[in-house]
Design a protein around this ligand. Structure first.
Ligand SMILES: Nc1ncnc2c1ncn2[C@@H]1O[C@H](COP(=O)(O)OP(=O)(O)OP(=O)(O)O)[C@@H](O)[C@H]1O
Length: 244
């Protein structure tokens, strides 16, 4: 997925976001290089969603910067932006499964022939071929999340953000989504996702960014984080204790 004009690394520097005059999140500084899966881990309300929204550009930092590599500038001159986001509760258009993917591609400027090929590829790749003509809103929760990922994948992102993608799903659907995400990473797509599910973080993460009360407390390789976190907050979280 990498090219000469890569948008990665993503560099976040001294970032903070205020709402109603109150500091809501201060993920400070971290870098997302190309490749692998980074888990943004932390308890409810830690600031995971806000951090992903800042990275994806849905929110503008009140302080500090979110900067993409040189390739992002080339893309800004007409090409697609190279990063996509999947939300906790997928937003489905009142259209068919196929039309949901087509619409996302059209909105991103994909032309007719390319669009058709990518829709077919996405339906096939995510096992949605038989559902193509069905109304997307009638799919199960797990299928809707699969469609949301297929729709994002069709845009050929270098970096895919996912906000708690399995928090509403049962264990079987969760496993299916986790397998899909591992497949995307194997394909070369860089993934950054939030979760408060420790088991999921252990299964998927190459790297962990641990947030607590809006602040980035640890940034470590997953194996090091789970073997022995440095902070008292992360140790308490791993021990299943309540964090305030
Ligand atoms: N628009 C907003 N205005 C005011 N407060 C907000 C806004 N958005 C989020 N917050 C607050 O900011 C904090 C961080 O929220 P965020 O949604 O990022 O947490 P999270 O770690 O994703 O939590 P969860 O795991 O429960 O989804 C929370 O206390 C939340 O109530």
């Amino acid at each position: 997925m990498l090219s000469v004009s890569s948008i990665l690394p993503l560099t976040v520097e001294a970032a903070a976001f205020f709402g109603d005059g109150k500091l809501l999140v201060a993920p400070n500084s971290f870098v997302i290089p190309a490749g692998g899966l980074t888990v943004l881990l932390g308890p409810n309300g830690a600031g995971k969603s806000l951090t992903l929204r800042l990275c994806h550009g849905l929110l503008t930092p009140s302080r500090g910067t979110v900067r993409w590599a040189a390739g992002a500038e080339a893309r800004a001159k007409g090409q697609r932006k190279g990063h996509a986001m999947v939300f906790q509760k997928p937003i489905m258009l009142r259209r068919s499964v196929e039309a949901n993917i087509t619409h996302a591609l059209a909105a991103a400027g994909s032309n007719g022939a390319e669009r058709k090929t990518r829709v077919t590829q996405a339906l096939q790749r995510f096992g949605l071929g038989e559902r193509a003509g069905q109304p997307a809103r009638l799919l199960s929760g797990g299928e809707q999340q699969r469609l949301a990922i297929a729709r994002a994948w069709a845009l050929r992102p270098e970096l895919l953000f996912l906000d708690e993608p399995t928090s509403q799903l049962d264990p079987a659907a969760t496993r299916q989504i986790e397998e899909l995400l591992s497949g995307l990473v194997a394909e070369g797509i860089t993934v950054m996702m939030s979760t408060h599910d420790l088991g999921q973080a252990r299964r998927l993460a190459d790297r962990v960014l641990f947030l607590h009360r809006g602040r980035l407390v640890e940034d470590a390789l997953a194996k090091d984080f789970f073997a022995g976190p440095h902070s008292a907050e992360a140790r308490a979280f791993l021990a299943g204790e309540l964090l305030w």
